[in-house]
Design a protein around this ligand. Sequence first.
Ligand code: FMN
Length: 203
Amino acid sequence: MNVLVLFAHPRIDRSEVNVVLARTATAIDGVTLVDLYAEYPTFEIDVEREQHRLADYDVIVFQHPVYWYSCPALLKEWMDLVLEHGFAYGEGGTALEGKVMFNAVTAGARREVYSHDGGYSYELKDFFVPFEQSARLCRMRYLPPFALYAAGHARDEDRLDDHVNAYTALLSALVEDRFDIDQAESGGGVSGGLDELIVAEVE
Ligand SMILES: Cc1cc2nc3c(=O)[nH]c(=O)nc-3n(C[C@H](O)[C@H](O)[C@H](O)COP(=O)(O)O)c2cc1C
């Protein structure tokens, strides 16, 4: 499958983890990464070009840091403008039908904070329900977020390499059609049990 990573980070010069993850995605054959803030620094999105680009891909990944329990502004702008009625949803809006979509995110807070008993009262996937429902409206298949928690501590705590490897494994398996999308959809997503979701290559 062809994988498109729409990457959104407004301050890549200050990024510690997304910059590494973006480089990782770019290096994988079959994955195309688009740096939205680099392409549209003034927020003037070329809607036709973006809609046209989507046609070539089976998997759309929104890669971004979690900002205010959601995504950076340009990605929201992209959704507002590109996912038009008649293109992505509504009558005749079938351009995205059957494609897979998920958010690959980094969060400042720790996993336990994103829980019913933690400081944020909800799990990370609960904050991403607007993305899930948007994907559904566009007749896409939505997988819960692939997340790196406590991103600012990941390197010091020796978790960054594991996450980078998991991202590589996930994107490669998607490209090579070795990823069990049905199970990821029904079994709570791609963050836990990734190994079980990547089907070994048949010799
Ligand atoms: C404007 C802004 C809003 C943020 N909002 C959240 C948030 O809602 N939840 C959270 O866990 N982290 C939040 N953070 C922390 C970022 O998610 C974290 O710094 C980022 O994922 C680290 O990735 P980077 O090194 O690529 O920048 C926020 C950071 C900024 C600058």
